[in-house]
Design a protein around this ligand. Sequence first.
Ligand SMILES: Nc1ncnc2c1ncn2[C@@H]1O[C@H](COP(=O)(O)OP(=O)(O)OP(=O)(O)O)[C@@H](O)[C@H]1O
Ligand SMILES: [Mg+2]
Length: 1084
Amino acid sequence: MWARGLGDRVTCCSLSTTAASRKHNPTSCHASIAALTGPTRQPHFSFFFLESLSLPLWSRPSFLARCFCQRHERMAELEGLEFGKSDFVLLDEVTMEQFMENLKLRFEKGRIYTYIGEVVVSVNPYRQMDIYGKETIEAYRGRELYENPPHLYAVSDAAYKAMKRRAKDTCIVISGESGAGKTEASKYIMQYIAAITNPGQRAEVESVKNVLLKSNCVLEAFGNAKTNRNDNSSRFGKYMDINFNFNGDPTGGHINNYLLEKSRVVHQQEGERNFHSFYQLLRGGSEEMLQSLHLQGDPAVYAFTREGAAAATSNNDRQNHKAVMSALDVIGFSNQEITSIYQILASILLLGSVQFEEEGESVQIVEDGVVNHIAELTATDPDCVVKSLLYRTVATGGGEVIEKGHTEQDACFGREAFAKALYERLFGWIVSRINSVIEVKDYNPVLHGKNTVIGVLDIYGFEIFDNNSFEQFCINYCNEKLQQLFIELILQQEQSEYQREGITWQHIDYFNNQIIVDLVEQPHKGIISILDEACLTVGKVTDTVCLESMNTKLGQHPHYTSRKLSPTDKTMDFQKHFRIRHYAGDVTYSVEGFLDKNKDLLFQDFKRLMYNSANPVLKEMWPDGQLGITEVTKRPLTAATLFKNSIVALVDKLACKEPYYVRCIKPNEMKSPVLFDDARCQHQVAYLGLLENVMVRRAGFAYRQLYSRFLQRYKMTCEYTWPNHLMASDRDAVEAIITQHGFQDDVAFGHTKLFVRTPRSLFTLEQERAALIPILVLFLQKIWRGALARLRCKRMRAIYTIMGCYKRYKVKAHFWEVESRFANVRTTADYGKSVEWPAPPAALTQFHQITLMLHRRWWARQVVKNIPPSDMPEVRAKVAALTALQGERKHWGVGRAWERDYLANARDSPQTSSDFIRVSKELKNKDGFAQVVFSSLCRKVNRFNKSTDRALLITDKFVYKLEPKKQYKILKKLPLELFTGLSTTSGVDQMLVLHTSNKDDVLLCLQRGELCPNQDRVGEVVGSLVDYFTRVKRKPFPVKVHRSALQLHMRGKPKSVSVETRPGQTIADFKKNRDGFVLLLPAN
Ligand SMILES: Nc1ncnc2c1ncn2[C@@H]1O[C@H](COP(=O)(O)OP(=O)(O)OP(=O)(O)O)[C@@H](O)[C@H]1O
Ligand SMILES: [Mg+2]
C-alpha cells in the first residue's frame, strides 16, 4: 500500500520536477524529492532506482544548463517572422492565398525551404546559396527538425536518425517538375549523409562514400541533357539505395536506373542538346584523343550533336569532361574501359554521319571511310558493319537463312536504332559497373547486424513540351505513380489510420490521381495495353490506327481526350494528338513514333555484330548477340510495359520504407533567381496537393507508435513503468508516462497506438531517454558485474569446500593407512622399525615428523626397556658418545662391550691388574671416589715435552696419572672439575687431549691391552666422560673432533699436534716439532 502512496507522492514530485526543470531550477526538484521521500521508509525498487538515476542527472546543474542553453540558442537562430512561417502548418488559415503569400515571401527573402511537418517544400533559387557549407552541416547534425530553420539537411538527418535509431529502412522521395531542383537536392542530401557518417575515417567506408559521390558526376554526364526547360535535365530516373551497417556508416549502395530517353541520341527538339557526354568529349577531349577516335572537336560537324551545338548552356563541357575522366578513374574504371566508353561515343557520332543512297535496286553507303572508322572503334570487321547497316538476316520457315537488303528508309531506321541501342547499353553498363564497385561485399547479417538502407529517388520531373512524345508519356506516367504513392502514404493512409484507431477526425478531401494511373496502366483498357496490342497485331498497324483504338476505348474517360473526341479544340490535330489530363496539368501527346518506340526494334544483325566485337567491354554489353539466327526467342516485352513494370517495382520498394518527402517547386520558366511566377507556382502547389498536405498535417499527428513499442522506448522516463509496470495494460502505462510529462493535451489515444501531435513532445522524451541511457547502462553494468562477482565468489567457495573435503579425506586416509600399517608393531620383533611410513599429505608434514619421532621414541623405549640394568651405564655412555661425536669419527667402538676399567681387567692386563686393583682400592678409600670412569695405559707427553708410558685413571672425582712400571705409583692427581672438554681426531689413532680450565691440557695416546690390540677406546672415553658430566654433573662437556691437527695448550702455550704414519714406527709415539708435537703411527 505504501508503495502506491509513495508513488502518488512521487508523481507530484516528478511533475513538479518537470516544471522545475522548465524553470531552470534543477536543485529545487532534488530538494523536493528528498523532502517527500523521508528517511524512514524503505524505497520501492523502481523509485529507488529512478531516484538513484535521477539524482546525479538532475542535480548536475551543468547538464541542464547545457540542455536548455543549447535549445535557446537554437531557437534564437530560427528565423524571425519577417521571413514568413517556416512551417505551413503555422499558417493562420489554410488557404491557397496564405500559402502562396508565405511561399513567395520566403522565396523573396532567400528562404527556399519551408516545412509541412516533415515534408520539405523547396523552391529552386536559381542562384548559388550560401547554405550548404560545413558549418551548416554541423548545425543540422543530430538535431531535430524544428531546432533549425527548414533545410534539406534536416530531413536527411531525420531519415538517417530513423534508420539508425529504429533500424528502419527509409527513403527520401524528391519530386517536382523538370527544373524544379530535384537532382540538386539529391546531391545535397548525399553530401550531407557523407559528411555526417564515418567519423572514424575508416578507409573502406570513405572509399564507398567517394564512389557514391563521384557516381553523380558520371551519371549526369551520360544521363542528363539540356532541354528547353532545364540545362541539366535528368533524362533517366535514378533511385539510389545507400546501405548502412549497424554503426550507421555507409557500406555500399545500389543504383537503379529507369528508362533513359534514348531517342535524344538521334534527335533533339529545337534548342535542345544531346546528352552532355557527347559535347564534353568533343569540346573537352584532347587533340590526341579526338584523333584516335577519328573525331573533330566541333559538335556542329555531327548530325547527332548539330542541333545542340549552338545552344547556349550553362554547362562547361570542357571542365566537366575532365571531372568525368577523373571520376571514372576514382570509381575504378580501368583504362581499357574508359577508352571503350569513348570509342562507343565516337562510334555513335560517326553513325550519324553514315549516309545511304539508292543505286538501282539496292542501297549503298555514301562514304566508306566512316564505316571503317566505326569498325575500328568497335573492333569489328568493316564488311560486317556494312552488311549490318544494309541488310538484315531473316530466317525462313524451313530453317534457311536469307539476307534481305534494306530500303533507304529501313537502313536509316536501323542505323538510328543501332545508335540509340549503343548508347542505352553503354549507359546501363556504366550503372552496373558502378554498382559492382559499391555493392555491399562480405555482408553477414549475423556478424554485421541488420543492413539498413536509405533510398534517394531523383527521377525526371513532370514535363510538358511543345511536342510531347512517348518519352514524355512515360515520364509523366511515372510522376503520376509517385504522386499516387504520396497520396497513399501522406493523405489516404494517414486519414484511414485515424479512422481505424478511433481518433476523432474531420475528413479532408483531396484529388486522388488513381484514376489517371488506371488510364495509363490498367490491363486491357489502359493506354499501355492498347499500345502493346497494336504492336502485337500482325500487319501494318500505324500510330494513327492505334490512336483510333484509344479513342474508341477511352472516349468516355474523364482524363482522356483527342481532336476526334473534342472536334472544336484546335490545339490538337486529327489523327495525331491525344491529351491526358494529368494531375499536374493537361499534356497533349503526339502519337507519331509511339509504336516504333514502344516496339523498340533493333535488327538482330547489330546485336550479333557487337557480340562478335574483339573488344571485351563491348561484347559484355551485348550478351543477346550470341543467339543463332534461326533461334526463335520469345517476343520481348514492349518498352512501355518494361517501364511500367520497373516503376511498379520501384513504388513497391518505396512503399515498404519510411518515406521523407522533398517537394520541389520551379518558381519561373526563365531560370531567374528573382522572378516568382504566381500562376505557375500556384499551379504546382495545387497539383502537388500541398494544401491538402497542410490540412491533414495540421489536424493530424506527427508521430504514432504502438503502445508496446512506445512503452519499450520510453519506459525508463517514468517511475511507474520502469522497469516493468503493474498496470492493467500497456495503454495505461503509456498514459502514465504522458501524464508524468504533462503531454496530455498533445496526444490522442487510439485503439492500439499513441498519437503525438508535435515533434517537440517526442523530442523531450527522446532527450530524457538519451540522458538516462548512460546511467541505465552503468546500472546494468553494476548489476551484471555484481552478478559476475557473486558467481565467482560462489565458485570459489565451492572450490574451497571441495578442497576442504578432499583435504579431510586425505588426512583421514593417511591416519587410516598409518594405523593399519602400525597396528601390530608391538608384537613384531623390530617394533615396526622396518615398516615403511606412507607419504603424508602436505597438511600433515609436521604431524608426520612428530609421529615419526613418537614412534622412534616408543620404539627406543621398547628397546631400552629390554636392556638389563647392568648394561645401562654402557648404553648411556654409548649414547653420549654418539651424540658428542656427531658422526665425525667413524671408528669409535660402538660394536663391542665397553669394559671401562681396563687396568683392572685381568683379560686385558693379566700381569698388572692385581696391582692396579689394589692401588685403585686404596685411592678409593683415600679420595672417596665412587666409581672408575675409565682406566687404561697410555703414551703421554710430560712437561719436558718427552713422551713416556703412563697409566690413566679417570674417576668421578679425580684424574690420576700413574707409573705402570712402579706398581702404579701416583704421579699426578687432578680434580675432575678441572677438565673442561676433550679433543680427538677423526682418524683411527687413539690420541686424546683432555682440556683443562688452567690451560695445561693433557695430551695422550691410549694404548690397548690384550683384549684386542686394535680396538678403539677413544669413543669409550668420550662417551664415559660426556655421560658422567652431562648426566651426573649436569654440565656440558664439549668434544671436538679434528680432521687435521689438534689444538691444545700446555702450560698456557698453544700447541698443535698433527698425526703422521711412519714406516718402521713400532708404537704410536709423540715427537716434538716446531708447532708442538707430531703423533707418529706405525705404518700398518
Ligand atoms: N538548391 C539550388 N541552389 C542553386 N541552384 C539550384 C538549386 N536547385 C536547382 N538549382 C538550379 O536549377 C537547375 C535545375 O535543377 P535540377 O537539375 O536539379 O532540376 P530537376 O528537378 O532535377 O529537373 P529534371 O527533372 O529536368 O531533371 C540546376 O541546374 C541549378 O542551376
Ligand atoms: Mg534532375
